[in-house]
Design a protein around this ligand. Sequence first.
Ligand code: SAH
Length: 276
Amino acid sequence: MRKPVNPQATSHTAPVHKRASSYGSTTGAPKGVTAANSNTRISSATLQRPAAAPVARSEESNLGLNSGRLRSAMVQRLRTQGISDERVLAAMEAVPRHIFVDQALASRAYDDAALPIGHSQTISQPWVVARMIAAVCEGRAPTRVLEVGAGCGYQAAVLSHIVRDVYAIERIRGLFDLARDHLRSLRLNTRVRLTYGDGMLGLPNAAPFDAIVVAAAGIAIPQALLNQLAPGGRLIAPEGTSNQRLVLVERTSATAWKRTELEAVRFVPLRAGIQS
Ligand code: SAH
């Protein structure tokens, strides 16, 4: 069963916008995926504008002074895009997304876009972050969640405003360090337990999880992650290579999982092993 929340998001034929990226190669990535256009709905027509002038990073800067207003506008946009869970909207309003991107991109931090974070990876589009969290939290209040693919730490920070125990895992050392620094600067390091490792294996010592959010696309959802879901727990992940979809999986018993396909998306690839 499909459950299109945003009609734009279900189209397979929407144009894929490409943009030359100076953030490294995308070797091995699905065709058309670059660090600048992934982790989005495929209909997103963003990142076509010229780079903005650098802005200062502190909360006292112009952007900092206006960031509350920009976040409110982002949350209003999420409402019009079909996100209705007030817990998710409040968490998106609370987390300063500009802290999680490079200073040169901070002025675009509240756009409806994924942005490069280095190492050919991206911070997910705000709608994608909100959609994934809303899907696993719908009709329930998870207390223990695992995020696979922490990247710069943004989604983990949003999750930490909703869920008591957040575990996040990242396979690229440089991004793990970046996420740790960002979470520390917001004093969220005590609320998010960050691990450097291969998230395809999950975190067996911390399992089971009420919810698992996977921020990178594999050909199939790793069985290790399905096994680490608590009964009644939900996992959301992008699945596929060139044609990807968000897939919501609910563990209905010890041996059964129910699968629902959601919107068409484009994510960076889920990769095995670690990168130092
Ligand atoms: N959650 C991030 C999105 C980061 S992009 C956000 O808040 O915006 C997806 C991330 O998944 C990348 O940083 C990539 O390195 C990571 N990744 C890919 N495969 C992985 C794996 N097997 N284990 C852990 N992280 C992985």
